[in-house]
Design a protein around this ligand. Structure first.
Ligand SMILES: [Zn+2]
Length: 517
């Protein structure tokens, strides 16, 4: 290849950049960034915040008493920070509150062993301690399969999933940060990734039983407790809500009328399973006590504001989901994201900035069950042109952007543009002061599974950062505790988030929007 004159290359680059130019010339306020860095790196409170959330408050299942207590703390914390209009804002009828109060599981025969497990959310408890034989029924697929088990499950602990192969690599190798090749791949993607697979999944075999139909069979047969394993991670229990909860809206009657379902750690589950396969009886003892609310209640988000000045009616939002599953405090998923967002706003308060637009901090509820909190919030406050029920509110035009952290607790390495080419130059400029953090990658890709999607789906600019995977491996298990977090990563994230929110709040114009498809 012939050598290319540098000056010419520069001109071509400039032309190329201006062809892609967004509507505003990005400015970086280096003085304020310096203050943000100083406050966020030398006087950080992020680990204290996330430590309180995870150690003292604990798990935060949407619409549990635990979550209500945590939300009251969050409201108080935001008020103490000097935020205004702080509210615990209900967003939809969510069902009856559910909390686990006590759990124990033991193998009694052929050998004693305490077992690690956790009851699924919105299941019933046992009536005191139950001692029962374990029975494998993990091969039930269709109605015909049920016949083999009729009359054989009364008073039994039913093992309903096959044994789970352990992923030993996760234990022995740890999790690598993103490689330069991976970062390059993301950067070089030229079109946004579709958020849903292009080909719909094949239609289900109509004879296949739904999980809730199988459970109904076990209940009708008089089983005492259901045991399952959905984790291949050593030592980990992975368990969500009882199947069917979405349709029955977490009703008290359905919850109390179901069986206790316990997710068991793979080593312990597999051991029982292998013994039974040798035709040697296994006896277990279980006790589950859950508290179920008396009435249907609304789930809520917690929202507070740092009021703007000359553009106070325009809004820049930052946040994360405050709810977790119930087997651990959800340190990386997503107490970390909430702590980072809170710390970002704290930093801006501490250095005394006067934002032009209002900065609004949100701790969402109901994310784990389907982004409910953020979606209902967007519908109620901004509207959604694609949803006739939501309509378009006057605030829709006044909205600037939303920033989110929910891909674990690893540090920010860049940002996904969510298909919005018009923000590329803006974000590139805002990332410039953080090259030393390794915040260098801009990807046109669209990503899903968390709350920025609720904004994006309504045509509002909502963004998720590209994150290292450190600390994010324990999500949705009983092992997502404070110990998975790295202070350095979260401190940097709060600094970056503060700078993004600050620049978005100060820019001459709101963040440009992409065309709504
Ligand atoms: Zn999450």
């Amino acid at each position: 290849m012939k050598p290319f004159p540098r000056a010419l290359a520069a001109v071509i680059l400039l032309v190329a950049i201006s062809a892609f130019a967004s509507d505003q010339t990005p400015t970086v306020d280096w003085d304020t960034v310096a203050k943000i860095r100083e406050e966020g790196l030398q006087r950080s409170e992020v680990m204290d915040i996330v430590g309180y959330m995870t150690d003292v408050l604990g798990a935060r299942l949407t619409l549990s008493e635990d979550m209500k207590r945590a939300q009251a703390w969050a409201k108080d914390k935001m008020e103490k920070l000097g935020l205004t209009n702080v509210v615990v804002e209900p967003f939809m009828d969510y069902g009856a509150a559910w909390d686990n109060e006590y759990f124990s599981l033991h193998m009694l025969e052929p050998d004693y062993q305490p077992m690690v497990g956790f009851p699924l959310a919105h299941t019933a408890g046992t009536k005191g301690k139950v001692v029962c034989p374990a029975v494998i029924a993990s091969d039930i697929q269709t109605k015909k399969d049920l016949d083999r088990y009729r009359g054989k499950l009364k008073g039994a602990a039913v093992l309903i999933t096959p044994p789970f192969t352990l992923d030993m690599a996760a234990l022995t190798q740890g999790v690598a940060r993103r490689t330069p090749e991976e970062m390059k791949q993301m950067e070089e993607a030229v079109v946004p990734t579709p958020q849903r697979p292009a080909t719909p999944p094949p239609p289900l075999n109509p004879d296949l039983l739904k999980p809730e139909e199988k459970l109904e069979f076990f209940r009708a047969e008089g089983a005492a407790v259901v045991l399952q394993c959905e984790s291949g991670m050593p030592g980990a229990v992975r368990g969500f809500a009882r199947p069917g909860t979405k349709d029955d809206k977490w009703s008290r009657e359905k919850t109390l009328g179901t069986l206790p379902i316990v997710a068991v750690t793979p080593e312990h589950y597999n051991r029982m399973y292998r013994i039974l396969k040798r035709n040697i009886p296994v006896k277990i003892e279980a006790e589950v006590r859950n508290r179920v609310g008396e009435k249907v209640e609304k789930a809520a988000n917690v929202v507070g504001e740092f009021p703007g000045t000359d553009l106070a009616d325009e809004v820049v939002m930052v946040g994360a989901h405050f709810d977790s599953w119930h087997a651990s405090p959800g340190a990386s998923d997503d107490a970390a994201g909430c702590a980072v967002a809170l710390e970002a706003v704290r930093i801006l308060k501490a250095i005394g900035v006067k934002p032009r637009r209002t900065i609004r901090l949100a701790f969402w509820g109901g994310e784990e069950q389907g982004l409910h909190g953020s979606r209902e919030y967007v519908n109620a406050h901004f509207g959604n042109p694609k949803d006739p029920k939501a309509g378009i509110k006057p605030e829709y035009e006044k909205f600037s952007s939303y920033f989110n952290q929910d891909y674990g607790a690893g540090q920010f390495r860049g940002i996904y543009l969510q298909g919005n080419e018009r923000v590329r130059r803006l974000f590139a400029a805002w990332m410039e002061p953080f090259r030393d953090f390794g915040l260098t990658t801009i990807s046109i890709q669209s990503v899903g599974s968390t709350d920025h999607v609720s904004f994006d789906a309504a045509g509002l600019p909502g963004f998720q950062f590209i994150q290292d995977r450190i600390g994010g491996t324990a999500g949705h298990t009983n092992m997502d505790f404070f110990d998975t977090l790295r202070a350095e990563d979260l401190m940097k994230n709060a600094v970056v988030e503060a700078a993004f929110v600050y620049h978005a709040a100060m820019a001459d114009q709101r963040i440009p929007r992409k065309q709504l498809k």
